[in-house]
Design a protein around this ligand. Structure first.
Ligand SMILES: [Fe+2]
Length: 306
């Protein structure tokens, strides 16, 4: 979808939303710096859960569900019905709790169509066998750019915003957008673009697309890491604030300057602690690999592959 059409579609969604204000309750998982969001229509009590976290202790190989259980508790207490479990991308820093939440709360598990590209990439890296389908069939819905859906009576649209990974999708729901790993808070900047399939040029163009949304659009982020001179975690901002003051891509920063900055910064970054467990679970829609004949599930550790 062209940027002008995107702005028009988003305006249409804002208008169609009328007085219905999407309510967003966020949950922050500090060990992985991840913000998960429950977004719901207060009139119909229908909800979407965006980017949930399954707790994982790498030393012991043990999973737990306290972060997801806090979401289950909130959804139950508010009497919400879950229609969607939305993933913005295959995360490299935390395991998704979407299958766990789906089992507890229902809803359709969705991600961007290009997850199949990410599945092929990491299917190769991890040398997965044919039991691992690379066709996105682990998900209930694969969103293409411009696909419409709704949360209760509030209209929504999926936007393909590649760059951090080839498959990133942003979800515009009413007057809010859930933008995954594209922009971070204005004082922190932008997501890295150096993972397999990442591309700083694409990331820049995706970000400019997001910044073509109406200025008052509320932006909900997937992560926050605090920032120099800021000692609290924040995961909500606006298009207007990003255009004015994002330290990496405020209005006026050209693509080449952004790409040079992003590439030199990425070259200094360590890989996320949980990248190897995360990607091999998240490309399976957040499911662990099948159990072996002793009943135990195993994750792989490719040596010298990264
Ligand atoms: Fe990410």
């Amino acid at each position: 979808m062209e940027d002008a059409n995107l702005a028009a579609a988003a305006e249409q969604i804002l208008r169609a939303g009328g007085q219905q204000h999407l309510v967003v309750k966020s949950f922050f998982d500090e060990p992985t710096f991840t913000a998960s969001h429950v977004a719901y229509d207060p009139a119909t009590k229908r909800a979407a859960i965006v980017d949930s976290v399954l707790n994982f202790d790498a030393a012991s190989g043990r999973t737990s569900t306290h972060s997801a259980d806090a979401i289950v508790e909130f959804v139950s207490a508010e009497g919400l019905g879950v229609d969607w479990l939305l993933e913005t991308h295959a995360h490299a820093d935390h395991l998704s709790a979407a299958p766990y939440l789906q089992q507890k709360l229902g809803g359709k598990l969705a991600i961007g169509r290009e997850i199949t590209t990410v599945q092929r990439l990491f299917g190769g890296v991890f040398n997965f066998g044919t039991e691992f389908a690379r066709d996105g069939s682990q998900f209930d819905r694969l969103f293409d750019d411009g696909d419409r859906f709704s949360v209760g009576d509030i209209p929504a649209i999926a936007l393909h915003v590649p760059g951090h990974t080839p498959a990133d999708i942003a979800y515009v729901i009413g007057d809010a957008a859930f933008i995954g790993d594209t922009l971070f808070m204005p004082d922190y900047g932008t997501a890295r673009a150096d993972f397999p399939g990442g591309d700083a040029h694409q990331l820049y163009r995706s970000i400019r697309r997001l910044l073509s949304l109406p200025e008052k659009t509320r932006l909900f982020l997937c992560h926050d890491y605090k920032a120099p001179n800021r000692n609290v975690f924040v995961w909500e901002t606006t298009v207007g604030a990003q255009k004015k003051s994002n330290v990496h891509v405020h209005d006026g920063v050209a693509e080449e300057a952004f790409v040079a900055m992003r590439q030199s910064r990425d070259a200094t970054l360590d890989l996320p602690d949980l990248i190897l467990p995360s990607v091999q679970v998240n490309v399976r829609g957040g499911r662990l690999p099948p159990a072996e004949d002793n009943g135990v599930r195993y994750l792989k550790l490719p040596i010298n592959a990264f």
